[in-house]
Design a protein around this ligand. Structure first.
Ligand code: NAP
Length: 250
């Protein structure tokens, strides 16, 4: 069996780490021994995650704020992480937003913003981190969504961004495979976080009743999929999308 702390000495950068799925991923990587750079829109927003990573046994935790859509600032931030934590081994592109609306009412701004944060944000980090990850033969995990595979009424912008992430994942996997870098996506279904909190309880129950496993997923269950992909089990897996949705997309 693999060592429980198989990421000892490694450096992980997680975007959208302040809450929800990103926080659970950051804490899980800390539990495996990684030093963690937590990124959100503002460094302050990561306070609880930083505390949880330290309690989970991470020897160094960094908290940083950036708009993931800002290419120049992302490049600077990735350099800073390498300098302060001593390299880079794992990148998890998790930051994401929704601006749901039916097509006929969706504004250009709502389309552009969701694509900029969810898709271009991941591209920004992937490009900035590519060289250090080639050096460390590291791993990239992109957090997509099942709606990137199935589509969803009212989410043309979001579903397009998440489908785009799958294309980005496959393309970068092909480009970086010869350098020993594995690149994969996780596609969560309906997970209980702030992003889904606005859904009324009765609507959430109705949704859950259509999921084959009859319940909404947890952030920790997504973190454990990432744990697999960055761990020894993921060493020969690249370009894949791991669907973690209780069977919702079947
Ligand atoms: P969440 O609770 O809304 O958290 C979103 C995270 O992204 C926060 O840390 C937020 O930082 C960060 N963020 C948003 N915009 C950003 C920007 N421009 N620059 C930097 N950071 C930014 O979301 P979640 O439910 O945990 O979702 C995490 C990921 O999983 C997203 O990509 C989402 O699309 C995907 N996903 C979620 C579900 C679900 O059911 N929840 C299902 C499928 C996929 P601040 O705290 O600073 O705002």
């Amino acid at each position: 069996m693999p060592n429980d702390r198989f990421l000892d000495g490694q450096v992980a950068l997680v975007t959208g780490a302040s809450r929800g799925i990103g926080r659970a991923i950051a804490v899980q990587l800390a539990r495996r021994g990684a030093k963690v750079a937590c990124v959100a829109t503002r460094a302050d927003n990561n306070a609880e995650t930083v505390e949880a990573c330290r309690s989970a046994g991470s020897e160094a935790v960094l908290s940083l704020g950036v708009d993931v859509a800002d290419t120049a600032q992302v490049a600077e931030l990735v350099s800073q992480v390498q300098k302060e934590l001593g390299g880079l081994n794992l990148l998890v592109n998790n930051a994401g937003v929704t601006r749901d609306q039916i097509l006929l009412r969706m504004s250009e701004e709502d389309f552009d913003r969701v694509i900029s944060v969810n898709l271009k944000g991941a591209w920004n980090f992937t490009k900035a981190a590519a060289r250090p990850l080639m050096k460390s033969r590291g791993r990239i995990v992109n957090i997509s969504s099942v709606v990137g595979l199935t589509g969803n009424a009212g989410q043309a912008n979001y579903a397009a961004s998440k489908a785009g992430l799958i294309g980005l994942t496959r393309s970068v996997a092909k480009e970086l495979a010869s350098r020993g870098v594995c690149v994969n996506a996780v596609a969560p279904g309906f997970i209980e976080t702030d992003m889904t909190a606005a859904i009324e309880e009765s609507a959430a129950e109705e949704l859950a009743s259509h999921i084959p496993l009859k319940r909404i997923g947890t952030s920790e269950e997504i973190a454990l999929a990432v744990d697999y992909l960055v761990g020894p089990g993921g060493a020969y897996v690249t370009g894949q999308t791991l669907v973690v949705d209780g069977g919702m997309s079947l």
